[in-house]
Design a protein around this ligand. Sequence first.
Ligand code: ACO
Length: 329
Amino acid sequence: MTLHPRYARITGTGSYLPPRHVTNHALAAELAERGIETSHEWIVERTGIHARHFADPGVNSSDLGLQACQQALQAAGLQAQDIDLIIVATSTPDMVFPSTAAILQHKLGITNGCPVFDVQAVCSGFVYALTVADAMIRAGTARRALVVGAEVFSRILNFEDRTTCVLFGDGAGAVVLEASDEPGILASDLHADGSHVGILCVPGHVSGGKVLGSPLLTMDGQAVFKLAVGVLEKAARATLDKAGLQEQDIDWLVPHQANIRIMQSTARKLRLPMEKVIVTVQDHGNTSAASIPLALDHGVRSGQVQKGQTVLLEGVGGGFTWGAVLLKM
Ligand code: ACO
């Protein structure tokens, strides 16, 4: 009889931002050349974003993911060959197929035949991927997983649309999730409502050798904002209930980094001071599925998030999808 582990626990984190750092001032100047008007002040006031990173042409999600995975493996004290599952959350895959996870497996030099696949839940992708990896580890299907969020959103931005192109950036974050008898992931809560597909989407698709429909991101920002603040509070409370914990038991909230106002509103509803919220949106912009693992790694490497602490991750994004994961570091 196989004894299944009680928990899956994060034993290492890593992240990577491509070197091209684009400030609001630089982006505003680039947009001005196209006749599009925006300003540092507008972007900061509405979003909290000061800068973002953009990948150079030819650099793909798997390349950013590779760097993040190497850091996470090092932090966990593991070799790539020790990994027996890779899940990549991305909405900007390298190819239509195969999965970015398969490409990443090869770039990591993993030849042990472990299962790999992508998860597509847009900005909620990382909490979805982490929940799936947790379930697979507790079911005994895997023991050491790499769970990755990697995005090159700059490829799908419409630089003629100032309401969206100022919001997003590129990057990757990764965690090593291992079978453990010590508490790790305590509870998860995932949801989706496909009736909201149209408020945030990239509607194009490949057909007959052409892209049919627009391959660029389109969003109704105000509709997204309203939906996001409501569902994030519910998901947070549901995970706390499942784990038998209270708001005050949370040491750190690591939310999806879309907009400082959404984060402030969620923190207020959960009665958490902003000192307990990891915020990276000012430097990263919204990196979609990469934003939560990027922020978590930032919290760990800055010495804020420490072993044994209780952390709530939560994401919301296109689909509409949303969810939260409560865990002990
Ligand atoms: N620069 C200058 N002016 C701008 C810009 C810009 N980049 N973008 C829009 N404006 C103008 C608009 O044209 C409008 O002008 P008008 O009043 O003359 O018509 C004015 O600013 C106000 O526009 P609104 O859309 O009402 O601005 P709002 O306060 O709603 O802020 C924003 C827009 C930031 C997109 C906000 O709605 C938001 O944060 N929504 C959440 C969306 C989000 O974060 N999505 C990320 C992806 S989903 C996810 O990750 C959860």
